[in-house]
Design a binder for this molecule. Structure first.
Ligand code: MN
Length: 258
């Protein structure tokens, strides 16, 4: 996978997410994003071959080896997605609140490409929350409707095991220390990147999890339309990166690549 599917699913005039490009040679970082879309899940991403290999983990990762977490492989994301924290406007693919839940580096325990192709990727994580040895294991399910995207994320036994691990006790951003509610309530900050979103009519693209998102976000969509003039002010809270240099023109059609 390159980034074609990522780009196909998104309208970059409507979402502040990065359009992105393949970036080789940056190394082995990982990020876990807590994503409150129509349904809460965690996006587990490994930097590999110039993109972020990505899995959506409904229950999130665990440090308890007894928890074998379902992980649905999704489209590769651009490396520039790495520090994406903020709000994806309603009506867009994956609409909702995104937190950078954990960041760090990862180390494959063997040849990464070969392990990935084989469907048995073993690796070590050195993050703020997740540490030690893990595996992503591809499930070869014969269940009808199985798309071949189902993996399991499993913690190996080592010094970092926490039995009875409860991910809800760790509801804070590795970047900004904010809870998911605080990020969601931070209506001034749609996004902590330098690229402001042009806002306007919502597209009809939906998250793979988001079959009911249109209804769920009906109320929010109304308020999203009012953020057009607030976009410039919104980006002043972008603490991690430089604030947006461009003044929001308020014209919704113009594509901005800051
Ligand atoms: Mn997601």
């Amino acid at each position: 996978m390159a980034l074609e599917e990522y780009k196909r699913k998104r309208d970059f005039k409507q979402t502040p997410e990065p359009a992105g490009k393949i970036e080789r040679g940056k190394g082995h970082r990982f990020v876990v994003q807590k994503h409150r879309a129509s349904r809460l899940h965690y996006d587990f991403r490994l930097e590999m071959d110039g993109v972020l290999k990505s899995w959506a983990v409904p229950k999130g990762p665990s440090l308890d080896p007894a928890d074998k977490r379902l992980a649905m492989q999704v489209e590769d994301h651009p490396v520039s997605y790495f520090d994406f924290e903020g709000i994806i406007p309603s009506g867009n693919y994956g609409a909702g609140t995104v937190m950078v839940w954990d960041v760090g580096t990862w180390e494959p325990e063997g040849g990464a490409d070969a392990m990935l192709a084989k469907g048995d990727l073993k690796f070590r994580l050195d993050g703020e929350k997740l540490k030690g040895s893990f595996a992503l294991v591809h499930i070869h399910s014969r269940r009808p409707g199985n798309k071949g995207t189902e993996w399991l994320l499993i913690k190996h036994r080592d010094a970092y095991v926490q039995e009875g691990y409860d991910i809800d006790e760790y509801d804070y951003s590795a970047l900004t220390n904010r809870s998911i509610d605080q990020i969601a309530a931070d209506s001034g900050a749609q996004w902590t990147s330098s690229r402001p979103a042009a806002t306007g009519r919502a597209s009809k693209k939906n998250d793979w999890l988001a079959d009911s998102i249109a209804k769920a976000d009906a109320a929010k969509r109304k308020s999203a339309k009012t953020t057009k003039s607030a976009t410039a002010a919104a980006n002043t809270t972008a603490a991690k990166k430089a604030p947006a240099k461009k003044k929001s023109s308020g014209s919704s059609g113009e594509k901005k690549n800051a």
